[in-house]
Design a protein. Structure first.
Length: 108
């Protein structure tokens, strides 16, 4: 990307933010699948297939404790619940939640 590009400084800021995150700091997961299901059901009406898939993902995490860095990708158009699903997953795993917007027009 050219330094003259309007997005150049934004990209540099995003990269610096990612580098400065405390990557070596982590919480111990306390995952109970029944609790996770209750949280998903309380936080999200409908979307049964999505909640079922998330529970499958969490089940694999629980069974394969030595699995390193599994990534869950939530994609779709704005305002369909990706952020709230992320919050629910964090709550279900007793993890801290932080929202970092690297795309879009603004960070509200």
């Amino acid at each position: 990307m050219s330094p003259n590009s309007p997005n150049y400084s934004i990209s540099i800021n995003h990269a610096e933010l990612l580098v400065e995150l405390p990557w070596e700091s982590y919480n111990k997961d306390t995952l109970h699948l029944n609790r996770a299901k209750k949280i998903f059901d309380a936080d999200h009406y409908g979307i049964e297939k999505v909640k079922e898939r998330l529970l499958e993902f969490l089940t694999v995490l629980q069974l394969k404790k030595n699995m390193k860095g599994p990534v869950l990708l939530l994609c779709g158009p704005p305002w369909i619940g990706k952020t709230s699903l992320g919050k629910s997953i964090a709550k279900a795993m007793s993890r801290k939640y932080a929202r970092i917007s690297l795309g879009g027009l603004n960070d509200e």
